[in-house]
Write a protein that binds this ligand. Structure first.
Ligand code: CNA
Length: 243
């Protein structure tokens, strides 16, 4: 029933915006943080601290080598393939119905699926830069370095262009995300626990009456949604669009 309604709303809408998180990529075998048993919060007993510490700014500065050990093992999935969620969203954009994908993910899977207008709130594993001279490096440069990656030009430390905990978001990306959400006729929120701020607060900017929340677990925004579906996002998106 909810999927039918969701499909109907998609057909009626022409200014859809999607806002998602790590749950969008679990069907591509990339673990999220908070799903019980498979999420990184449960899995990493090997590491002395929880993920939000291991990938924080201060940990990066103080323990750069350990940061990279955790990051390369747990946050980088170079061979991951887009799933039905990414593919369906790319198709909706191609049809002109969806205007932007706003993601908290850093895995680049929306672009791999063909999405063009992707706003990466937390950056991307595929972009890296020297902290001294700003020279750009690709992901392979990071993966092929055993120790801390250093700049070939100036010897500075190369870091991923991802927003670490304790760091602020890029204001330009954030403002664009707000603009798209404010102007959307339908907002699909999916695969996110909606507990990481300021990203989660973006939902509050939506003015319309088609806020659809697709998430396996409950979120603090469940009673704000006009339609709530507790199921797998790939399956739900594909089914709703194919109806
Ligand atoms: P989270 O806090 O781990 O929450 C994920 C949510 O998705 C949970 O509530 C799950 O119930 C739900 N979920 C998991 N799988 C599915 C599915 N297949 N269908 C529907 N719902 C599902 O992740 P958030 O994105 O909310 O947290 C924000 C952090 C996690 C961001 O800063 C991300 O950068 C970071 N992260 C990103 C990746 C990635 O890039 N793929 C992976 C792991 C963590």
């Amino acid at each position: 029933m909810s999927i039918e309604k969701f499909g109907e709303w998609i057909r009626e809408s022409n200014n859809i915006v999607f806002f998602g998180g790590a749950g969008t990529s679990t069907e591509s075998n990339i673990p999220d943080f908070r799903t019980q048993d498979t999420g990184l919060y449960d899995k990493n007993h090997k590491y002395p601290y929880p993920p939000e510490v291991m990938i924080s700014h201060s940990f990066f500065i103080q323990h750069t080598r350990d940061f990279y050990d955790f990051y390369k093992t747990n946050m980088v999935y170079k061979d991951a393939k887009p799933n039905d969620a990414h593919k369906t969203l790319a198709k909706l954009e191609e049809e002109g119905k969806l205007k932007a994908v706003i993601t908290q993910n850093i895995d680049g899977l929306h672009q791999k699926a063909g999405s063009k207008n992707v706003l990466e709130l937390h950056g991307s594993i595929y972009r890296n830069y020297c902290m001294e001279c700003n020279k750009k490096y690709d992901l392979d440069y990071i993966l092929n370095t055993d120790n801390v990656p250093k700049c070939k030009v100036c010897g500075g430390i190369v870091r991923p262009d991802v927003v670490l905990y304790q760091e602020g978001l890029d204001m330009e990306v954030l403002n664009r995300a707000i603009w798209y959400i404010k102007n959307a006729d339908m907002l699909i929120v999916g695969g996110t626990s909606l507990v990481v701020y300021p990203a989660a607060g973006l939902v509050d900017y939506y003015n319309g009456n088609k806020l659809v929340l697709i998430n396996r677990d409950e979120t603090p925004y469940d009673n704000t949604a006009d339609l709530i579906i507790h199921d797998s996002i790939g399956k739900v998106l594909k089914n709703a669009v194919e109806r």
